[in-house]
Design a protein around this ligand. Sequence first.
Ligand code: NAD
Length: 354
Amino acid sequence: MRTILVTGGAGFIGSAVVRHIIRNTTDRAVVVDKLTYAGNLNSLTPVSDSDRFAFEQVDICDRAALDDVFARYQPDVVMHLAAESHVDRSIDGPAAFIETNIVGTYTLLEAARHYWNALAAEEKAAFRFHHISTDEVFGDLHGTDDFFTETTPYAPSSPYSASKAGSDHLVRAWLRTYGLPTLVTNCSNNYGPYHFPEKLIPLMILNALAGKPLPVYGNGQQIRDWLYVEDHARALYLVATEGQCGETYNIGGHNEQKNLDVVMTLCDLLEELVPQKPDGVAHYKELVTFVTDRPGHDLRYAIDASKIERELGWRPAETFESGLRKTVQWYLDNEAWWKQVLDGSYQGERLGLK
Ligand code: NAD
């Protein structure tokens, strides 16, 4: 049985990776997560009863705690997703982004390198460190028809994307300098179940259901390339287990959408699925409110994912239409999950485990 250590496994994408590992493979998943505001153990309850699941509440900046986890679990693969991930928060308070995304990635790389160095030759050759990153490191496509490829130069715009760019460079340096077998993936915007309600799609769904304004930055013409989170989790597992060490893979869904169009499509879906609207609301679309744009807001991101499609045979299963419908339905069916996030009680769940 292969052991996969998943940092950030209680977050949005990390928990999708862990659910994928437990449900669809015979591997063991060891979650390493500090449980910041973004970590939610309720997102792991569907699989946490498995004897192939383990959880460790550890900060990736804590080298001694990481050394202990590596020694006890002897992982074959590390999938590194732990990060501060919200662009708006990085503008208000960049320090945590530098600490976790850069210092934390450095600390994890060092713990992994010392563990890997001490492995027997066969295990050493099989070990893999997979770093999960974003297409935001490439900066802004300025509305052109270009796509980000694996060789697009880095030009990050926000403290978040700059800190992720820094972490990507560290990972490549540990490969080149120390020979640590690493892989990097850069992915477009994810959406789907268990997404923290500060992010665009869940925020709009939950605000609309509550009859609250739907805040759209600037004129809403920013373009993002959307990928359903379970398609991303499948791609990540494929890269972590079958990708070529030393390589980078871009992951995206070929689903470029203007932010305003995403919000309008969500309103149409809600009209169909929840025709009974909150008091005083005739149409969900009337809740759309334009707000001051985010400073440094990139206009367009779009991914060329042909390398992972060609070399590893990965394709997204969901279209934007099918994925968005599933997502809205998931929020309608899982009120308990998001109500505990909105009232803060999801954090109380931590006490049971530590
Ligand atoms: P998230 O914010 O939902 O989850 C991050 C997780 O990391 C949380 O569980 C949090 O508790 C944990 N964490 C934060 N700081 C930590 C620390 N110091 N030590 C240990 N754990 C810590 O993020 P997400 O959306 O799931 O993103 C996961 C990864 O994927 C990130 O690296 C992000 O940059 C990348 N990514 C995200 C997207 C997206 O659209 N969400 C797209 C491409 C890439």
